[in-house]
Design a protein around this ligand. Sequence first.
Ligand code: GDP
Ligand code: GDP
Length: 466
Amino acid sequence: MTFKVAIIGRPNVGKSTLFNRLVGRKLALVDDTPGVTRDRRVHAAKLYDLHFDVIDTAGFEDAAASTLPGRMRAQTEIAIREADLIFFTIDAKSGLMPDDKTFAEIVRKSGKPVVVVANKAEARGAQGGMLEAWELGLGEPIPVSAEHGQGLPDLRDAVISALGEARAFGEEEEDADDGAAASEVLIGEDITDPDAEPSYDDTKPMRIAVVGRPNAGKSTLINALIGEERLLTGPEAGITRDSISVDWDWHGRRLKLFDTAGMRRKARIHEKLEVMSVQDGLRAIRFAEIVIIVLDATIPFEKQDLQIADLIIREGRAPVIAFNKWDMIDHPQELLAELREKTERLLPQARGMQAVPVSAETGRGLDKLMDAVIKTHRVWNSRVSTGKLNRWLEGILAHHPPPAVAGRRLKIKYVTQAKTRPPGFVVSCSRPDAMPQSYVRYLSNSLREAFDMPGVPIRIALRTSE
Ligand code: GDP
Ligand code: GDP
């Protein structure tokens, strides 16, 4: 399912030019004479990775002074009714005219999502028109030059924020709260994510799981974080064999803690000790957004710890390491440096991972641990605009372009961020199959660095550019 866009605006603002730009062909007539475009047409269009239909409307005329000619107005209203999204186009060079306000009023009444396109933005003096466009009250004007093809990355992002990600990518809306939609995404696969949210929402509870080997100190840590009483009463309600969750808040930030063997054990004191198997861990991980890996600092990084960390990263969750029992360490500074170095070396898939020394028993370091959790969650949710990504890409192509394979240089056309949670990017290129893994890794590391996204998995999907 795709969506339909109507390009609306008074005559001569550049609607046909924009239409041609999106459709990629010279279809509509472009002319300096107002009202040259007469027929309404629908055509397949694309804006980077967004595919949609665009309706070309007849130029609106305001020939009869204050009233719009009935036919034009009717056509416009039909186009608006048919559309899922409106590109309300103004001429930034000439600034707002009384007609712009008349059309804006029709658009506003429709209640449809709108992107204000401030066209001719490359022209001298367009800045003033841009500012005026705010007065329409239809949202932020996006500076575009339909004629020169400028400002299109920001237009693409504006479409996504106006429509919502699910809609923009032609996906059905899904309940974003089920939390269990853990899908593994590999290079080359479709990474469009209906679960992703358009922007960071910190009013929803952040879902956390605590995992680690038996005796690492998970129960002690959970108790210290949420308090003994809460743990004893919390998990009782609606207990099921497989999932337990506790809601609490940390300095006003709402959190939801999921299912761990440690919680079960404390909640049901008589139950015999359970071993936290990789299977148990997997279930907890799937429900969580952030996973705290508790390591016993006196015996860190055993094979199972690494397996769990690897699983978290492959599931697209964001790991945070707690080096527990720090009260027992004699040379904390040396050990911390050593452990952090090891973390980078053993888990390069999520370079820059947060790793915090704590003592669950004394409570030291817990504030820092939770700060690290909240920071990581933010990074996991982060979004980079298409404009920034493609400026970054220009630098990459200038200084470290893809190699030639079998005598032909691989080309990269553009990069967009298709999803968050974790950040996922689509790289549009010639011959995705030929792109070496080492170059994809280079792109991923460079993205991580350029846009400050430490410690979370980053996905890259390669697409064929047409
Ligand atoms: P419409 O009546 O809204 O469909 O407008 P047109 O697409 O026919 O464009 C009207 C005039 O504006 C034409 O002369 C175009 O060449 C010019 N125009 C369109 N887009 C731009 C732009 O981005 N910059 C400048 N400077 N002129 C543009
Ligand atoms: P779990 O199996 O991971 O839930 O581990 P527990 O929370 O049951 O802790 C295992 C053992 O480690 C218990 O004897 C705890 O008292 C001890 N322990 C947990 N955290 C700390 C800590 O920060 N410092 C010290 N010295 N001991 C701890």
